[in-house]
Design a binder for this molecule. Structure first.
Ligand SMILES: NC(=O)c1ccc[n+]([C@@H]2O[C@H](COP(=O)([O-])OP(=O)(O)OC[C@H]3O[C@@H](n4cnc5c(N)ncnc54)[C@H](OP(=O)(O)O)[C@@H]3O)[C@@H](O)[C@H]2O)c1
Length: 359
């Protein structure tokens, strides 16, 4: 596999820091450029994240002394020296959309963590194990943007990655309705307990915009391609409640599901155990060996014990049992800044690299 030079836009943030730790030893991707807002531009990376480095591992030596560039003002220079960029920024939607399109139009593919472009029908929203076929709408997008190699691809919201992977292998039984309550970690808001002390011993029953994303994004993931664009699936009916809980990392979902053709619990567990997606078949560097793991213990999965399963790229499931209102209920968990953000983003980029989209 060829080596690729990459830039990280939003390198100083929570997801950006995760990207740095994941990419510093990546076999295919080499960090060439770091960029953030004008507040960080001109500082060394170490200075820019001083007092807010939130990873357990120390800042990798190779990036400490790199000068952080301005993602907006230095865009031309950045796009000219990298093969593609990862993007994880906290700006309003319109500004994020404009910045991502700017890089794409500079012929620099954008692997995005942001929500601004998720609703666009020719922008693939990829969970690599689930809908790699959606990558093909990039060709329609390139025509719209007038580019040869520049395009935007997004990963989905972190909340849905705790329950959509568990539901996906069961789609063949005709899922009719889903109720999911998510219990989301504070790193999902770019925070830790030091920076958000109000979250200690607390629960906040509101995460702005999260329920809308949690109900709509699965329908794009399960959508069909028509005339080169993604048309959202019409079912299942999904309703959610998203709560912020005092957990550092790991989003948990309590899920209720009904089917047209109800499978047995054994069939469901077997499908989870056997499920493999394209990342496993291609042997991508960040692919978990086992995407979905079922725990028989009644008190699993637990955020603290299980979020790092398969280096944070596996999804843990437990407590599958019949329900009085729905056919079944279960609990599932994924690491929100690994599988749900930076790790999922890197795995998506590996899929594009393996299929030649960066060449
Ligand atoms: N945290 C998660 O679990 C998670 C999961 C999925 C998706 N996401 C998405 O990923 C994105 C980043 O989230 P985060 O949690 O990493 O946020 P964060 O910790 O607040 O970091 C935000 C980053 O954006 C940069 N930024 C802010 N304004 C900018 C500007 N005008 N121009 C260029 N860069 C600018 C910041 O740079 P400075 O340091 O210079 O201010 C920083 O690098 C968001 O869209 C979020 O919704 C996050």
């Amino acid at each position: 596999m060829k080596n690729y030079k990459v830039g990280i836009i939003g390198a100083t943030g929570m997801v950006g820091q995760r990207l740095i730790t994941l990419l510093s030893e990546h076999p295919w991707f080499h960090i060439e450029v770091l960029a953030a807002s004008g507040r960080s531009a001109g500082k060394t990376y170490e200075e820019a994240v001083s007092g807010r480095w939130a990873m357990e591992a120390p800042i990798p030596e190779a990036v400490k002394g790199m000068t952080v560039l301005d993602a907006e003002k230095d865009a031309e220079g950045i796009a000219s020296v990298v093969d593609f960029v990862f993007c994880a920024i906290n700006m309003d939607k319109a500004a994020t959309k404009a910045l991502e399109e700017k890089y794409a139009k500079l012929e620099c593919p954008v692997m995005s963590n942001n929500s601004a472009n998720r609703g666009v029908s020719d922008v693939p929203m990829i969970i690599p194990e689930i809908n790699p076929e959606h990558m093909e709408v990039v060709e329609t997008q390139k025509k719209r943007l007038g580019t040869k190699r520049g395009f935007i691809s997004v990963k989905s919201n972190c909340s849905i990655q705790s329950y959509v992977p568990a539901l996906h292998p069961l789609m063949k039984f005709g899922i009719t309705k889903v109720l999911a309550c998510t219990y989301q970690a504070i790193s999902g808001a770019g925070k830790n307990f030091e920076r958000w002390p109000e979250m200690v011993d607390n629960l906040i029953p509101y995460i702005g915009g999260e329920e809308e994303k949690s109900e709509n994004e699965p329908l794009k993931i399960w959508g069909n391609i028509e005339n080169g664009e993604i048309v959202n699936a019409g079912s299942p009916a999904i309703t959610t409640q998203c709560l912020r809980v005092p957990v550092s990392d790991g989003h948990t979902a309590a899920v209720f599901v009904s089917f047209e053709n109800k499978p047995s619990a054994e069939e469901i567990k077997e499908l989870w155990k056997d499920y493999k997606g394209e990342p496993q078949l291609l042997g991508l560097p960040s692919a978990p060996n086992q995407f979905l793991s079922y725990f028989e213990e009644p008190d699993r999965p637990q955020a603290k014990l299980d979020r790092n399963l398969e280096k944070g790229m596996g999804v843990s499931i437990g407590r599958l049992r019949p329900d009085s209102q729905y056919d079944y209920k279960f609990v599932s968990l994924s690491h929100n800044t690994l599988r749900g953000a930076a790790g999922g983003n890197v795995l998506m980029a590996e899929l594009y690299a393996a299929k030649g989209y960066f060449d």
